[in-house]
Write a protein that binds this ligand. Structure first.
Ligand code: PHE
Length: 345
């Protein structure tokens, strides 16, 4: 019996040495030390042996089992270390290598680029950038801006109402009032942001973007408005530009004007122009001198119409971008087709 034990132990030692992986080693363990293996069976049968054999066989079998367990543990440790080394070697990723294939670098949306360009111009002129709520009260959107109760923009067919006295703002002008409530003059601010109107065609989307401008100080005149917008037009559309003011109407400015910039396309090639339809001028925004009736709503915040004057303007960012880049249908700006968007800037 002890010969057989020695034989099993020798066989098992050889198998342990040969096991090349932790999985193979586990199979060897089951084969020699598992429940159905011969050595454990011998151990279990010791009690049934004749008394004179029990001690010898029991000792030999126990010794063999402990040896094999130790040999397996030692081999397992060596194999695990080797396998870990191998994994670390093959899994190593060089994060400094370029992607495969290299990913194209994206760009800002043309509306974001245009907004930032506009902001940069006015920040350079000393204006601060403010933002305001897109869900606005009728008071700020219409009443405080001197809209008559019958003004057509108040109609539910033109404007999105979120409640009896709450609208999605139809322009950024309500921020004129909020800005004046928040600090006394002098005030030089621009307010970029989203606005909403029930309108949808190639040149109108239900949601679009405006930049509002407001300057309030002593001795502000229409000439300051024109000079500011000339500077703006040259920065955005080229240093050769001129601007002209045409009389217009807005409830919250008096006088009110629409502002045109001289066509940059005609100037370039002299031929009949598609952009300005041969007129030589492009309408870019609405503006005017702040109406005293508007100041009356913020008089207690330091805005006495006898003491101060102001100009205001509002432009559509989509319109500026469409003119500048010759975009025929502004709905394409929202379709998120990168073949369209990657052309700008
Ligand atoms: N809020 C006007 C519009 O949306 C534009 C405007 C702003 C006109 C400021 C005058 C002064 O049409």
């Amino acid at each position: 019996m002890t010969d057989r034990i020695d034989q099993i132990a020798a066989e098992a030692r050889a198998a342990i040495e040969q096991a090349a992986t932790t999985d193979a080693l586990e199979q060897v363990r089951v084969q020699y030390l598992g429940r159905k293996a011969e050595l454990p069976q011998i151990l279990r049968g010791v009690a049934d042996l004749p008394p004179e054999q029990r001690g010898v066989v029991g000792r030999a079998a126990n010794l063999a089992r402990r040896e094999l367990e130790a040999a397996i543990a030692a081999r397992a440790e060596a194999l695990e270390a080797a396998e870990l080394d191998e994994r670390l070697r093959t899994d190593r990723v060089d994060v400094t290598l370029p992607g495969d294939p290299p990913q194209p670098v994206g760009r800002l949306h043309v509306l974001t680029q245009t907004r930032r360009e506009i902001e940069d111009v006015f920040v350079g002129l000393g204006f601060r950038v403010l933002e305001g709520p897109e869900v606005e009260t009728v008071h700020y959107n219409f009443d405080a801006l001197n809209h008559a109760p019958t003004h057509p923009a108040r109609a539910r067919t033109d404007t999105f109402y979120a409640g009896e006295d709450v609208v999605l703002r139809t322009h950024t002008s309500p921020m004129q009032i909020r800005a004046m409530e928040s600090q006394p003059p002098p005030l030089y601010v621009i307010i970029p942001g989203r606005v909403y109107r029930r309108d949808s065609d190639a040149t109108h989307t239900p949601q679009f973007h405006q930049v509002e401008g407001l300057a309030v100080d002593t001795d502000i005149t229409l000439a300051d408005l024109k000079g500011t917008l000339l500077d703006f037009s040259r920065a955005i559309f080229g240093s050769e530009r001129e601007v002209r003011l045409r009389p217009h109407f807005f409830p919250f400015t008096e006088p009110s004007v629409e502002v045109d910039v001289s066509c940059f396309n005609c100037a370039r090639d002299g031929s009949p122009c598609q952009v300005c339809k041969g007129t030589g001028w492009l309408e870019i925004l609405g503006a005017g001198m702040v109406d005293p009736n508007v100041f009356a709503h913020v008089r207690e915040h330091g805005y006495d119409p006898e003491e101060i004057q102001g100009f205001a303007f509002g432009m559509g960012i989509e319109r500026i971008a469409a003119l500048k880049y010759g975009i025929p249908d502004i709905r394409t700006l929202y379709a998120n087709d990168v073949r369209v968007l990657e052309q700008f800037g």
